[in-house]
Design a protein around this ligand. Structure first.
Ligand code: SIN
Length: 297
């Protein structure tokens, strides 16, 4: 076998067989792609989650990194918030507009008059926070006829496919994540006035260990990560440029095509995502509940 064929095998085969889809009694869990993501059926989120359903959904979430709930009805805001709270305290977004009467819900909305959509570049949600979100639950309720997909990339795979000497070096480094250049004025057209507001800055390990799976993930992203403080500016730019490109490799990605009322629940500790605004002037709208996480270690 050629060296490049071996390297390819090392990428695509690295997690083969690790995921287990057996043992679920209350929900149906099917792989979305060979290494990442699962589709969930057999539960109607609009009715809420029982403790027993929660346990199975939680397992599917941790093992598959992003899960897609199919065949759903619109989830009432109170129910969406209650489901989010089963996974932990909710995260307050530092910039985004929220639903009237429900500060826990961030309304994702793009239409003919929009200047921006949301999340158009690879990121892990609000990684500039000292305690960035653990996970995000987004239900899309208004869809364009086609387009508006969301992409996810596996940050475990990104870490595991770096060479051992580079991983040793990265384990001793941190990265700075900033919100200012992302959020300043971003939501002005949706009525958010941010004069005088300061946006978060945080320094996190480049390799973070997932508190539930125990696996390491590469935790830098093109949207928020600005600098490796232990290196010179030129070294930092070069290394971050390489790491962003590596983390976005197509072999690590999946692309989710939504149906109306699907809900995606992604684990920000081990996946990045980006949305694709290819549907202008059509409208796309949904509700997002975000769960607070711990300080990355
Ligand atoms: C986001 O980054 O939360 C937006 C994702 C999407 O709209 O698909």
């Amino acid at each position: 076998m050629s060296d490049s064929a071996k390297a390819h095998g090392a990428v695509i085969g690295r997690t083969g067989g690790r995921r287990d889809f057996s043992g679920y009694r209350l929900i149906e869990v099917r792989p979305f792609a060979p290494n990442l993501g699962a589709e969930i059926r057999g539960v109607t989120l609009a009715d809420g989650l029982s403790e027993a359903q929660f346990a199975e959904v939680h397992r599917a979430f941790v093992e598959n990194q992003v899960i897609f709930f199919k065949d759903q009805k619109p989830i009432p805001p109170e129910v969406h918030i209650a489901i989010g709270r089963m996974f932990g305290e909710l995260h307050a977004h530092p910039a985004a507009p929220h639903m009237e009467g429900h500060p826990e819900i961030f309304v994702i909305h793009a239409h003919a008059g929009s200047r921006i959509a949301n999340g158009e570049f690879w990121h892990s949600d609000v990684s500039c926070d000292a305690e960035p979100p653990l996970g995000t639950m987004l239900q899309i309720q208004v869809m364009p006829d086609c387009g508006g997909d969301t992409m996810f990339a596996d940050s475990y795979a990104a870490w595991e496919t770096l060479s051992p000497p580079l991983r040793v070096m990265l384990e001793g480094l941190t990265a700075r994540h900033e919100g200012e250049h992302v959020y300043r004025g971003r939501y002005a057209e949706r009525g958010v006035e941010d004069a005088g507001r300061t946006y978060p800055v945080a320094v996190h390990p480049i390799a973070r260990t997932h508190p539930e799976s125990g696996r390491k993930a590469l935790y830098v992203n093109r949207t928020f990560t600005t600098r490796i403080p232990e290196l010179s500016p030129a070294e930092s730019d070069a290394l971050l440029g390489f790491l962003f490109d590596h983390a976005e490799r197509v072999e690590f990605q999946i692309r989710f095509r939504w149906s109306v009322n699907d809900m995606a629940f992604w684990d920000n500790r081990c996946v990045m995502h980006r949305s694709i605004w290819d549907y202008w002037p059509a409208e796309r709208r949904g509700n997002r509940v975000t769960i607070k996480g711990e300080r990355p270690v």
